[in-house]
Write a new protein. Structure first.
Length: 583
């Protein structure tokens, strides 16, 4: 039943209209003045509003102006009722956003036809909008099942295939094992560092093609992220069958890759986990297979390892690093680096992402990939994450006081931090201690943080947002990507991972994914920030498709706090894109 609000100060007229609406099976409710009408509009969100023009306290123009300024009520159809027939009044109302204008007295048929016309128009607009959303959603869902660089399935496809295998297994197949292999290229960072990311991407695509020839029929090969791949095998009776696939992979890499007339030799390490022995969920099996792969790498690479229950016992180096990490905070060995985030419309620096680095007195610079997993496993991530939040807020507050407001700062939340019961209170304490306004704070969470209990995650995110900060989903599309995350969770920002941004000009499918994702995010009122922008071609593509902001080496590497402040003082900005319409 459609809801219609009648704002009319004359009670007899208001009651007559409400009786007419009730007779026509509308749900009508009335307001005796404009102020009450605005309040009821925000509370009940009617499908249409009938409003008298001349009223005490606030006239119809004032009511319409306030309703159109509020996103909650801005699109509600609005019809003026007035005894004034002057065209000037008519024009004023239409310019303010009125949908129709009826002169009193009008017949019931005139009023009902006007109501029906506006409701039909609104429904048509809503259907068109929903059709656009569905079209973009369907397109994106199709694209998100495939890794854009290698054309292999991604995690989402892998998860569906795993469910299909489980559902196809008979209850009597208790002796069957489902192998999950995690494959990583050895010393792949060396390729990127010496030959560049473009060559690294070519190598990943060549490796993916070679990987397709290794397993038996029925295997699902997927790219997880970076240089890590997964292979899901059909059920087997003995684990040696999985070991045979791993050995085949190693043998296939004995032949070099030819990239730009240059021969490149590379090896791979493989970790193997077995369902149900090593886990009953794909997430747990991938985690255990990855741990086994890391052990294979630590032992020199070019080999495979099965996961065993003793993997939770840390290696001696991990134990030493854990001990050193416990003292690193009090010894002030951790530093925050800041990578600028830049508006693609104005070219100005609008914020920065805080990135953690460990400057070890003996080991030198230790990147997060080495110590964050250990911090997560030991619980040290909680005091470390709290220090990051405090330091980032303190630095940003100093920049504001130096005249660089309204600069934002973005901080990543780990899964253990996010699950911490007193997280909201701890964050409140930090904001009070540093004097930093939550308006300029963004918290970034990844999809994996949301997997275990989505309803609890929604409650936690909503509680954090109530402080006045913003929530960004980080690395969207690199994990178990699903549009339900964008629709169900209270996000403000979507961060495009570098895997989408890289090689946009040469990869049509990647370009299609990226443009569809930006368009969908905007239709859902999300701001889009592209990460890892390294080339002018990538920047041009993002500008063409109205991406909101970027960060990446094209503009600046991550910088220590002092160097970032120096960058702010230089006033560095992106060149503004010329207005082609004025050329």
């Amino acid at each position: 039943m459609k809801k219609i609000l009648v704002i009319e100060d004359e009670a007899p007229i208001r009651e007559n209209i409400l009786e007419l609406l009730e007779a026509e099976n509308y749900q009508g409710f009335g307001a005796e003045n404009g102020l009450v009408g605005i309040q009821l509009s925000r509370e009940h969100k009617p499908d249409l509003i009938l409003c008298d023009l001349m009223m005490p306290e606030m006239d119809g123009y004032g009511v319409l102006t306030q309703l159109r300024a509020d996103p909650v009520t801005a699109s509600i159809p609005f019809i003026f009722l007035t005894a004034l027939s002057d065209r000037t009044h008519l024009r004023t109302g239409m310019e303010l956003g009125a949908d129709d204008y009826l002169t009193k007295p009008c017949t019931p048929n005139e009023l009902l036809r006007a109501i029906q016309t506006r409701l039909q128009k609104r429904e048509a607009v809503q259907q068109h909008y929903m059709a656009e959303i569905k079209q973009a959603s369907d397109k994106l869902n199709d694209l998100l099942y495939c890794d854009s660089l290698t054309q292999l399935p991604n995690r989402l496809s892998l998860a569906e295939r795993f469910s299909q295998i489980l559902n196809s297994c008979a209850p009597t197949d208790t002796n069957k094992l489902i192998p999950v292999l995690c494959v990583g290229l050895d010393r792949f960072n060396r390729i990127n560092d010496t030959l560049g990311h473009e060559t690294g991407d070519f190598l990943l695509k060549a490796f993916a093609e070679r990987l397709k020839t290794c397993p038996d029929t029925g295997a699902t090969i997927a790219r997880l992220n970076g240089d890590q791949f997964a292979i899901l095998l059909p059920p087997v009776e003995k684990k040696q069958d999985a070991a045979g696939v791993a050995q085949t992979i190693q043998n296939s890499l004995s032949q070099p890759f030819l990239l730009d007339s240059q021969e490149i030799f590379i090896s791979a390490s493989t970790g193997i986990a077995l369902y149900p022995r090593d886990g009953t969920s794909l997430e747990k099996l991938l985690q255990h297979a990855s741990q086994a792969m890391q052990l294979a790498k630590q032992q020199g690479g070019n080999q495979h390892q099965f996961y065993t229950a003793v993997f939770h016992i840390a290696t001696s180096d991990d134990l030493a690093l854990e001990t050193e990490m416990r003292y690193a905070l009090e010894r002030k060995e951790f530093q925050l680096y800041y990578q600028p985030q830049v508006s693609l419309e104005t070219g100005q620096i609008t914020g920065a992402e805080a990135l953690l680095r460990w400057l070890h007195p003996k080991r030198g610079l230790i990147l997060p990939a080495r110590f964050i997993p250990l911090a997560e496993a030991t619980g040290l991530i909680l005091p470390l994450g709290e220090w990051v939040l405090s330091a980032a807020c303190r630095h940003a507050q100093q920049w504001h006081q130096a005249g660089f407001a309204p600069l934002r700062v973005a901080v990543n939340l780990s899964s253990r931090q996010f699950s911490q019961l007193n997280m909201r209170q701890r964050l409140t304490d930090i904001l009070i201690e540093t004097g930093f306004s939550p308006t300029y704070l963004e918290l970034e969470v990844t999809e994996s943080v949301l997997l275990e209990n989505s309803q609890a995650a929604i409650r936690r995110l909503s509680a954090l947002k109530a402080l006045g900060l913003q929530i960004a989903i980080d690395d969207f599309g690199t994990g178990y990507s699903s549009l339900r995350y964008l629709q169900q969770f209270p996000f403000d920002i979507l961060k495009l991972d570098r895997t989408f941004v890289s090689n946009l000009s040469a990869d049509a499918k990647n370009a299609a994914i990226t443009s569809a994702l930006i368009d969908l995010a905007h239709q859902l009122d999300l701001k889009v920030i592209a990460e890892g922008v390294e080339t002018e071609e990538e920047l041009a593509f993002l500008r063409l498709h109205q991406c909101d902001e970027m960060q990446g080496y094209l503009f600046s590497r991550p910088l220590p706090a002092a160097d970032f402040e120096k960058l702010l003082k230089t006033g560095k900005s992106l060149p503004i894109q010329p207005d082609r319409g004025n050329l």
